[in-house]
Design a protein. Structure first.
Lengths: 229, 538
């Protein structure tokens, strides 16, 4: 089969002499036997380290967990600095974890029920592959948007029974955060772990409302009733 | 200058960093990839602590199980210390926010793993390592710990046996840099990637830290002890966690017959499977009787991996498996303070080290415990001894030497031999001849072949001559590390004419305590590998 790879300066077509192989194995075949300079990132080969996310035919996937198809177009993730070929710099995206303060602020001793763990079980399956970040159309218009994975992580901690300071992270995600999301669900579609950041953002909006926050877009709207009384 | 340089950002490195910071030191964590990409993310089954939340348990039982599995090669005091510390390690992780599963009465859930006399492994579905690692990472961000990504360790900077820091390849820029520190903690992981295509380990488990210690004049020990995990997917070598057997999975051969107690320790189960395969049988893991609902709840990751890599649905089909290299018990020799033997101001912790906890065979659930429990100790010890360190800042020749070598790789080296092909060949040879069952003739042959490859390094080199983001260069440097370590692994296997734990020789099937109840120690002196056996006394 043939695949196209968007390399730094051009898109190149390669022949893959296997009937059935993962994208990662195809990339390694090219690198080991045809072009040593082909550059991509990978590590665990089993879909858990989050290193090898790329775009295939316009959709984010893990190269190690996706079978290669004839005519596939492989590209680097969007909204990341492309360092070379399919390898991207994840540092800017990682900064969103700091901006959103995605950790347990103040841990308290408390009894945790079985079902409370289940509540955020999926969210804590995140492998930080950045697929959702690359799929998010908000980043196209607002490069400072915190983005899906960091917001999911904030939700995961605010919903943790051990957290005794929910307000701090909620305050941190008001600007360039939950209200910028258009709830389009692209993040949910591409997550290899089946996480639903859209739902988590919706939950964070509800929690924000409890702290007196409201949708600034809604406030800014002028329905034509203003100022006449 | 930073107080403590931590090389490696898996569970051991990040636990050390949090602990060192908590004890008042400035810390820098360096990693070859991104911190959350480390091997720790792949640990599935659980982390041991004798909490007794599900079945009665005691610290004494945990100690006894660990010692029994180690086959006489552990330091009992170290084992006792770790097992006693286990509950406070779990409590620490709990405070940091690790989402452990719960029992119906709201205690941390625990499951059975092989070789354990009770349900002892605390878990978070089959994502235990992932969730511990990410929680540690989140806490490092919270504490503002400086983490430098995509720096590959080249060499330690050593003056008169004192480690002053290390040199690194800045992968993004393609430049060699040095980082100095008052103390250095090595937490770079194991060397399982030598068994390429026959290991559950990630591509990065190339023993970079272990090789750097060997070059720096430190000592390695028990390098022959490589654990083979009984159940990896047959085609892809992807791990199927021991919890599959812990929850009641069966091992069957082509005739559908069970042939071993599935919950015995990994060395015994792996050998039983290898023996079936040698007799021409295929071996399968059968979890169908657990039912789809239970499988999806307890092992969602496994179910997904089976479907993806083998096209098998474990709820309705049996899973073809083979044992593959999984964990390296040997490593950098350290004392009870985790200081590296023969070097000063240098610590090692986690899979890269040999803290004499696992001996000849590691118990499932003890490695996650080791990296967190001893990771915290390494951080604390490095800080406690800080005041004793002499703050040497004189210039070193190491940086220049490493810069020259990297420059040479770009400017010269013909690429007449493809090192990727040799790496694949070597991986298969290690699996077949330095694997589950060993034979001195085969070990000698493999050693000779490895030395031939080493001698022809000058004909290899890198095909990619771009400086920036050069993964071809990284992979070549890793290959060199694996050749250096691989030689020690084979040499260690050769001198141990007995069978003990994961090291099994058909010609010498028994444990010979009189000579070999001893750690095998290797170091470089006068440009040659030296060795001695150090009797176990504790």
């Amino acid at each position: 089969m043939k695949i196209d790879i968007k390399r730094t300066n051009e898109t190149v077509t390669y022949d893959i002499p296997f009937k059935s192989t993962t994208l990662l194995q195809a990339l390694y075949h090219i690198k080991n036997h045809e072009e040593n300079s082909l550059t991509f990132s990978s590590n665990c080969r089993s879909g858990i380290c989050g290193t090898c996310a790329i775009r295939v035919n316009g959709k984010e996937v893990l190269a190690c967990a996706t079978m290669c198809g004839d005519g596939d177009l492989l590209e680097p993730l969007q909204y990341h600095e492309v360092q070379r070929d399919l390898k991207v710099n994840k540092q800017k995206a990682r900064e969103t974890l700091k901006t959103s303060m995605a950790w347990l602020q103040e841990s308290k001793d408390t009894e945790i029920q079985e079902e409370q763990v289940s509540l955020t079980e999926k969210q804590s399956d995140c492998i930080l592959c950045d697929s959702c970040y690359s799929a998010c159309p908000v980043l196209e218009v607002n490069p400072n948007f915190i983005g899906p994975f960091a917001l999911t992580r904030v939700y995961r901690y605010t919903a943790d029974p051990r957290e005794s300071d929910i307000k701090t992270p909620i305050d941190a995600i008001q600007t360039n955060g939950i209200w910028d999301c258009t709830l389009c669900g692209e993040c949910t579609t591409v997550c290899p772990q089946g996480i639903d950041p859209k739902m988590d953002i919706t939950m964070l909006r509800a929690t924000s409302a409890q702290f007196g926050y409201s949708d600034p877009n809604f406030q800014a709207m002028d329905f034509g009733f203003g100022g006449g009384f | 200058m930073v107080d403590i340089l931590i090389i490696g950002s898996g569970g051991a490195g990040l636990s050390s960093a949090l602990s060192a910071k908590q004890h008042g030191a400035t810390v820098k964590v360096i990693s070859k990839a991104y911190p959350t990409a480390s091997q720790t993310s792949m640990a599935q089954g659980g982390i041991n602590a004798s909490l007794g939340n599900v079945t009665p348990d005691s610290t004494t039982s945990h100690i006894e199980d660990t010692i029994k599995s180690a086959h006489g090669l552990c330091d009992k005091e170290m084992v006792r210390w770790m097992c006693e510390d286990a509950s406070s390690t779990i409590a620490w992780l709990e405070r940091l926010g690790v989402p452990f599963d719960r029992t119906p009465n709201s205690k941390i859930a625990q499951r059975q793993l092989g070789g354990a006399s009770s349900k002892r492994a605390c878990y978070a579905q089959d994502y235990t390592g992932l969730k511990i690692l990410h929680t540690l990472y989140d806490n490092c961000l919270k504490e503002g710990i400086e983490m430098i990504e995509e720096y590959m360790l080249l060499n330690l900077i050593v003056e008169e046996k004192v480690v002053l820091g290390a040199t690194f390849l800045d992968i993004v820029r393609g430049e060699v840099q040095e980082i100095r520190a008052n103390a250095t903690i090595i937490a770079t992981g194991g060397y399982g990637a030598i068994y390429k295509n026959f290991t559950t380990n990630s591509e990065g488990a190339t023993g970079d830290g272990v090789a750097s210690i060997l070059r720096a004049g430190g000592e390695l020990s028990d390098m022959e002890f490589v654990q083979f995990h009984p159940t990896a997917l047959k085609g892809s070598s992807i791990l199927i966690s021991e919890s599959a057997r812990g929850e009641g999975g069966y091992l069957v051969n082509s005739k559908g017959k069970r042939f071993i107690d599935e919950l015995l320790s990994r060395d015994i189960v792996a050998r039983a499977i290898a023996s079936q395969i040698a007799q021409g049988e295929e071996v399968f893991l059968d979890v169908r009787h657990l039912g789809e609902e239970k499988l999806l709840k307890l092992m969602p990751q496994e179910v997904h991996l089976c479907k993806l890599h083998e096209g098998i649905d474990p709820a309705t089909e049996i899973i073809p498996i083979k044992p593959v290299a999984h964990y390296t018990m040997g490593g950098i020799d350290v004392n009870s303070h985790l200081e590296v033997s023969k070097l000063k101001n240098c610590y090692a912790v986690g899979e890269c080290s040999n803290a004499k906890l696992h001996g000849a065979n590691r118990l499932g659930g003890n490695s996650l415990l080791e990296i967190v429990s001893l990771g915290r100790v390494a951080g604390k010890n490095a800080v406690e001894f800080l005041s004793q360190y002499t703050n040497k800042t004189e210039s070193s020749t190491q940086l220049k030497a490493d810069q020259d070598y990297i420059d040479e790789l770009f400017e010269e080296y013909p690429w007449e031999l493809n090192f990727y092909d040799l790496q694949n060949e070597l991986g298969e040879k290690f699996y077949n001849h330095v694997g589950i069952v060993r034979d001195n003739n085969q070990l000698n042959n493999t050693l000779n072949e490895l030395r031939v490859i080493k001698a022809s390094l000058d004909d290899m080199g890198i095909g990619d001559k771009n400086r920036e983001n050069n993964s071809n260069l990284v992979e070549f440097l890793q290959f060199i590390n694996m050749l250096e370590i691989g030689e020690v692994v084979i040499d260690s296997a050769l001198i141990r004419d007995e069978s003990r734990g994961a090291h099994f020789k058909e010609a010498f099937p028994n444990e010979e305590d009189k000579i070999y109840k001893a750690h095998s120690i290797f170091w470089i002196e006068d440009n040659a590998l030296q060795n001695r056996l150090l009797k176990v006394t504790v």
